[in-house]
Design a protein around this ligand. Structure first.
Ligand code: SAM
Length: 387
């Protein structure tokens, strides 16, 4: 039997990406780096404390970086205004220099970067492209990149993410989608909010996490919490409740009557329609971000809303458990941190099923069972040397 594919997860957060790679089987995390204590603790509680380096990536000495088959995880992008800036001394590029340092020392066959949808028009991406060009620090690597929609890979969520696959074993194309909005291509249909959360109690029993704590990295953190501990209600004011009650599925702040509008919205007649939005049962959710517990931040109201029966409406934002479900975390995943920290971990994560699809796609290449495509450059070289 082939040995495990060893991997490092950089900027690991709570480990959404690692969860997907582990679910694909055959992958073994040997190092992870994350500087937020609560996120690192969540990672440690699920995947082991020993190989998690809790701290700034810049403080990991070269000699501690093991050689591995794969690096996953991308630095958070800090800015997009400087499109085309090639200045490697730009402080915003610091984290990318760290990433490149890890790739140079760990010498992975493949690396996978996940980032926000606008990533490919950022100065950070320009830097990466520059380094994979001939003469660059990553010149051995060939990149493929695309925007992938999590719903196309089995997540009940329309989350668009830029994915980059860097390979030094020949170019590896992007995975093919497995799901589609409606049955046109014979794929499975998109999973919906109903599929993900309809079995969870509509009325959460509590508003607070249990008072328990755990030790990780010599520090005490709140946790570890099970999924059902995360089913937390809130205490909305009567005014907030009246607002929520006016919003039908797919609707938002534009459904509020004038007298219920906060002044800022009354004065701003245009803007995004997601705000104070209500989900739809039969569709995937929109992107779950880090403040999903605030209805004014997006389309986060529970989808249950009966037009004719006001008693059959659920007037609250989704709970942390529901958000974790929409992000496809399995129910046996455990969590550490405050309510706000856990929400950040959930909203920042790569949906594990998306990561799993990428992991399954890469596995045969990493095991040497599928020869990756020769790149145009390689082909030209081969062609021109044939006499
Ligand atoms: C988008 S999140 C990663 C999510 C993760 N891939 C997942 O699937 O759960 C980015 C993470 O990078 C971490 N981070 C940012 N700067 C860092 C640094 N200098 N050193 C270590 N971690 C850092 C943040 O705390 C955050 O958790």
């Amino acid at each position: 039997m082939a040995g495990p594919i060893t991997m490092i997860d950089l900027f690991a957060g709570c480990g959404g990406m690692t969860a997907g790679f582990k679910a694909a089987r055959g992958y073994k995390p040997v190092m992870a780096v994350e500087w937020e204590l609560a996120a690192a603790a969540t990672y440690a509680a699920n995947f082991g404390e020993q190989h998690m380096h809790w701290g700034d990536i810049a403080d990991v000495p070269d000699k501690l970086i093991p050689e591995v088959d794969l690096i996953i995880g991308g630095p958070p992008c800090q800015g997009f205004s400087n499109l085309g800036t090639r200045d490697v001394n730009d402080p915003r590029n610091k984290l990318w220099k760290e990433y490149i340092r890890f790739v140079r020392h760990a010498k992975p066959k493949v690396f996978v970067i996940e980032n926000v949808d606008r990533f490919r028009s950022s100065s950070e991406f320009a830097l990466l492209l520059q380094e994979t060009a001939p003469g660059g620090l990553l010149e051995e690597y060939t990149l493929s990149h695309d925007l992938l929609l999590a719903a196309d890979f089995g997540a009940p969520q329309r989350r668009k993410r830029a994915i980059v696959i860097g390979s030094r074993i020949g170019k590896i194309e992007m995975p093919e989608r497995t799901h589609e909005p409606s049955e046109l291509l014979g794929l499975r249909t998109w999973r919906t909010v109903r599929d993900a959360i309809s079995d969870l109690p509509r009325v959460p029993e509590t508003t607070e996490l249990p008072s328990i704590s755990a030790e990780f990295f010599g520090k005490t953190v709140p946790g570890s919490f099970k999924s059902h501990d995360l089913h937390l209600g809130r205490r909305p004011t009567p005014l907030s409740l009246a607002r929520y009650d006016h919003v039908p599925p797919g609707g938002g702040r534009f459904n509020l009557p004038e007298e219920l509008l906060p002044r800022c919205w009354r004065e701003k007649k245009t803007g995004t329609t997601d705000v104070m939005g209500r989900m739809r049962w039969e569709q995937p959710s929109l992107t779950i971000r880090t403040e999903f517990f605030k209805p004014e931040k997006g389309q986060y109201l529970h989808p249950q809303w009966d037009k004719d029966d006001p008693n059959n409406r659920v007037n609250r934002p989704i709970t942390h458990w529901e958000a974790a479900r929409l992000q496809t975390f399995p129910d046996d995943f455990v969590w550490c941190g405050s309510k706000i920290e856990i929400a950040r971990q959930i909203g920042n994560a790569v949906p594990p099923v998306l990561a799993q699809a990428i992991a399954e796609h890469l596995k045969p290449y990493l095991r040497g069972k599928v020869p990756a495509a020769r790149t145009a450059d390689t082909l030209t070289t081969l062609e021109s040397t044939r006499v």
